[in-house]
Design a protein around this ligand. Structure first.
Ligand SMILES: [Zn+2]
Length: 98
């Protein structure tokens, strides 16, 4: 009985973090992104789009998490960043000119 009650309390605590506004679901004020190619698009845009310059994994995650949410965000972003062919090149330590 205590397990069922604690599960119910945990579920209610989780549900109160979600908010539905004009058909858009928010989790703790961050827009929930459905499991679509939109996640990949947002990741690449936050990683290398616009004025950003091939941020590493942690900075890209921070940029996305600022406004967006999905449960597997960190894992998905890590997998996508691992595919970047530019990041390893620009992440190399620079050799000072003699
Ligand atoms: Zn990159």
């Amino acid at each position: 009985m205590a397990d069922a009650l604690s599960r119910r309390v945990n579920l209610l605590n989780l549900v109160k973090d979600f908010l539905l506004v004009n058909g858009c679901l928010f989790f703790r004020r961050r827009l929930c992104v459905p499991h679509t190619s939109l996640r990949d698009f947002l990741t690449w845009e936050c990683h290398a789009g616009g004025l950003l310059s091939h941020f590493g994994r942690n900075k890209t995650i921070a940029a996305i998490e600022y406004q967006f949410y999905w449960p597997t965000l960190k894992r998905d972003v890590g997998n996508i960043i691992a595919q970047c062919q530019v990041l390893p090149i620009i992440s190399r330590p620079t050799v000072p000119l003699a």
